[in-house]
Structures are given as C-alpha cells and as structure tokens.
Write a protein that binds this ligand. Sequence first.
Ligand SMILES: *Cc1c(COP(=O)(O)O)cnc(C)c1O
Length: 365
Amino acid sequence: MTEFQILKNMQPAPELVREAIKEKPGFGEHFTDHLSHIRFTRAQGWHAHTVRPYGPIILDPAAAVLHYAQEIFEGLKAYRHADGSIWTFRPQLNAARLARSAERIALPQLSEEDFLASLSELVAVDAAWASAPKNDLDEVSLYLRPFMIASERFLGVRSSHEVDYYVIASPAGPYFPGGIKPVSIWLSRTLKRASAGGTGFAKCGGNYAASLAAGDEAAANGCQQVLFTDAAEGKYLEELGGMNLMLVTSDNTLITPELGDSILDGVTRRSVLELAPQLGLRVEERKIEVAEWRERHAAGEIVEAFACGTAAVVTPIGKLVSDDFTIDHGEEPGEITMSLRKTLLDIQYGRAEDTNGWLYKLADG
Ligand SMILES: *Cc1c(COP(=O)(O)O)cnc(C)c1O
C-alpha cells in the first residue's frame, strides 16, 4: 500500500471548541482538523499521498474545474460503536461508484485501495471528532466527503491533465433534529436533472448545479425536496436531487425506479432492497409512471413513500405536490418505512449483527 505522509495540524481546534461543535454539529457546517489529499499528473499518476491540516485550497483562477465543472464526489459516514471503534458502511461501493463517475467525467480512476486508505488515514488522525450516539435515537456520525477536481491551469476544452483528490470530514447530527417528520416533495415538471446519455448516474457537481433552480421552485411551493421525472416524456418517476425514491404497497411490495443512466445507484437504495426480503417484503425494480402512484394511492394500494440516501438515511415522504394535484400520505411516517430505517441504522451503529458483512473498520478508536 502507498504510505500516506501525515502532516499534523499544529493548531487544531481546542478541545472545548471541538466538544461544543460535537454537541450541536448541524450538517456540513463544521470540519475536522485535517484532510486527505492525493495528487495526479499525467506524468506521475497518483502520487504525494498526504494527510495534512484542513484549510483553503489554492487554485489557479484558470483551473479547469472552475470553468467546466470537471468534478465528482462521494458521501459516506463514519459511525462510532459502543466499544469506541469507528466504522463505515460498504465503502467498496463508493469506491466503485467514484470510478464509474470518474470514467464518465473523464477524470482518472483512483484505486479502491487508495480510496479506502484516504478514509482510514484521515479518520485515524481525526478520531476525536467522531462522537458516539448517546442513545438508540441519536444519529451522530462523521460525514466523509471525498471529491476529485480538475486543477490544471488551462482554458482549452479537453479533460484535465492535472487532478487533485481530497477527503474532508464533518461532524454531523441527525438530519431531522426535531424527530422524524415526513417531508413534502415538489414534482418538477419543466426542470430536468438528467437525461439518457447524460451524467445522471455519475455523482458529479454538475448534476447538483442542474437541480438547484428546481430546489428553489420546490421551496417557493412549500416543499423541502424535488422529485425529477424522465427528461424525454416527464412520465416516469426517477429520483430526488440527492436521494432515491421508494414506494410501498398494501401487499408488502417495495417498488423503486429501475437504474439507468439518469438515476444514481445509491448505496442506501441497494442496501434497502437487500434488507427488504428479510422483513418479508417483495422487491420490484422497474419503470414507474407518475400516474401509477396517483391512481394506486387513490385506490389504497400505495400506502407509503420514502426517499433514501446516506445523509438522511430513510426519509418518509408525506406529500407529493405538483401544480395540479397532491398525493397525501399523511403526517405520520409509515410503519415499513420506519422499520427499514431502524434495521439499517442498527447495523450501521453496531447494535445489530452485521450478517451481510457491510461494515468496514476505519479505526480502533
Ligand atoms: C448520493 C446520491 C444518492 C444517494 O446515494 P447513497 O449512496 O445512498 O448516499 C441518490 N441520488 C443522487 C442524485 C445522489 O447524488
């Protein structure tokens, strides 16, 4: 394995400050004392593996990423277990997805070995930032954000010959500090996130840039999230801006849009689909029309809906709002939604046996 050079931060956050942040971390607002960094050039490949003090990145104003958005990222969480050890969840899937994203955005591939080491080296140095949950309802974690940018100083349009990969870490509290409450989602009719042949399956900043105006539209309509439909016909359900979509029927079937090049292959999505049969649910991955949700909800056949992704785990959907109709699933989270949520969290926090071998140890703690 390539050794990471560790350059210690000589001015880390004082313990009192760190502990105060950990008490009320929010989401994505505070960062630990270090970051991981690996540099790529055409001549040398990936090299200069380091963990060094967290701080601003110096980029040339002509760096390709600032102009042509040649950027990809990942998102996963580190969980501290009761014995103090720190784990993450199925990081091999994130490594593989980063490689698929890299291929689509014409960035170089980082090996799984380097990806895993970039996480564990950082978490080992910044372990003091990982809180243990106070009880079974507490959802504290250390959110890990790997990302890769085209840093070559060049305004010509081609893939960059110089690239930098980083991992930053952010203490995270529960996504719903006031308890789990179903969210309202806005059905975006005119603004699309991804199309056939596009970059929807890649985890890239450009997809998020394309979804932000629809997010503002959602907010203006009293919704917290956006649901995107297929770009060609606007007829089929795809996913939210950063979460996959699932529907539950009254005869215990979990239905989700099938993957394609406009839908992101979420680790949470996959895990929920794999856990579902253990909870007695059948699983269907297929095309789903918006009309099917409306009609089968009205007929009492689609009884729960939820979104899933690493940041918010499993999030019940209370309402789907459009300009001419609303599907109302009520104010209370669905039973199956909540049991899938709990099953997943119990594995991640080490409270249930990890029979699938999904956990990966980052540090002894
Ligand atoms: C990251 C992401 C998800 C969720 O993926 P997880 O691996 O479960 O976190 C879903 N949709 C989009 C568009 C995403 O970027």
